[in-house]
Design a protein around this ligand. Structure first.
Ligand code: ATP
Length: 347
């Protein structure tokens, strides 16, 4: 059972100079829930975050925080924390003073204790008296996070906060932040371009396209049960295979008859297409469908093979790298999956 959402948005629309940027969007976040927005550049992620923060006035729709209408509240009355790509640390203030910035309401000794506790939580022990220019990029990013966490908001808005960091540092900071947020019970909404980051960080991931939220679901569900062909191709790798409806539970494909994820709303014989992920196909020595290896990308433990069926359909398959094939070789594959996801045939 879920209680009153911390954040509830319904039918929210935003525009810039008359051009729609967010269209009829709805989502909700429970206390302590970590959400993430994914989508191509320009799809409206930052605009949505700014509308939640109170920096952008929506054209219409509902936005409530802790069960109360928040649309008329100025940003400082919304009780939220923000971290944007541009860290905006104060260069003339120490780390401790940067982190204390939002703690005016606390008595001096409590403020110092909160600052030190927050620095410790985020992995900055011993750096309280340094200035921002005396820190690495990753440490500066941690200071920005500490500053937003210090007032203990119940919701943190994060707009690509790790994008300036290299992959290793980025992964560590993301995992540390997730652990701190979970420990403190703080909810967050993170905007990112990076799917791996979204899956690793969030409990719930949203995919946006042209201002519309197409799906809002746990990462596993987005990957295995994408709601639209756009979500299917945006999240993870995969190819579509033409198919025909056999009955409510099965489709016929060039790889054989495959079970479907949910009862099909299409008439028997209708043309449809199914999503095949690279991990849905396995190499098979004597049975299975023959295809030609078109390309191979070595990835360490696995190798991604692009395969072409007799009718020219291209599919991708991940084989353990010790079973890697060469381009031009013929290989037999068979599907290894619980079900396929079915979409209407392409126009
Ligand atoms: P990115 O991933 O590139 O940061 P985004 O998904 O965050 O993109 P937004 O920044 O919300 O997208 O932009 C959504 C749309 O609104 C885009 O078409 C963008 O050009 C437009 N837009 C954003 N900010 C402004 C602005 N201040 N004035 C005019 N148009 C804007």
């Amino acid at each position: 059972m879920t209680g009153t959402p911390l954040l509830a948005i319904e039918g929210l629309s935003c525009s810039h100079a008359g051009q729609p940027a967010v269209r009829g969007l709805g989502l909700s976040l429970q206390p302590g829930e970590l959400g993430c927005l994914l989508g191509p550049s320009g799809c409206g992620k930052t605009t949505l975050l700014r509308a939640i923060a109170g920096f952008h006035a929506p054209d219409g729709g509902r936005l409530s925080l802790r069960g109360k209408d928040a649309r008329a509240l100025p940003p400082e009355k919304r009780g939220l924390g923000f971290v944007f790509q541009d860290l905006a640390l104060f260069p003339h203030l120490t780390v401790a003073d940067n982190v204390a910035f939002g703690l005016h309401g606390l008595a001096r000794d409590l403020r110092r204790a909160r600052v030190l506790e927050t620095l410790s939580l985020i992995g900055l022990d011993g750096l309280a008296d340094r200035y921002p220019h005396e820190l690495s990029g990753g440490q500066q990013q941690r200071v920005a996070l500490a500053r937003s966490l210090a007032p203990r908001p119940d919701l943190l808005l994060l707009d690509e906060p790790f994008s300036s960091l290299d992959a290793d540092l980025r992964g560590r900071l993301r995992d540390d932040l997730r652990a701190v947020l979970k420990r403190l019970g703080i909810a967050a909404l993170l905007v990112t371009h990076d799917q791996e980051e979204a899956f690793a960080f969030a409990d719930t991931v949203g995919v946006m396209q042209a201002g519309v939220l197409l799906q809002w679901a746990p990462g596993f569900e987005l990957y295995h049960r994408p709601a639209t062909p756009f979500v299917a191709s945006f999240v993870g790798e995969g190819r579509f295979l033409e198919a025909r409806v056999l009955d409510g539970n099965r489709v016929a494909t060039a790889l054989g008859d495959l079970p479907v994820a949910a009862a099909l709303p299409y008439a028997v014989g209708s043309p449809v297409r199914v999503l095949l992920r690279p991990d849905d196909l396995m190499p098979s020595d004597d049975e299975g469908i023959e295809c030609e290896v078109r390309a191979v990308a070595f990835r360490g433990a696995e190798s991604l093979h692009t395969l072409v069926l007799g009718d020219g359909t291209a599919l991708t398959a991940l084989f353990p790298s010790h079973q890697q094939r060469e381009p031009g070789q013929r290989v037999r594959v068979k599907p290894d999956l619980a079900h396929v996801v079915v979409f209407p045939a392409a126009d």
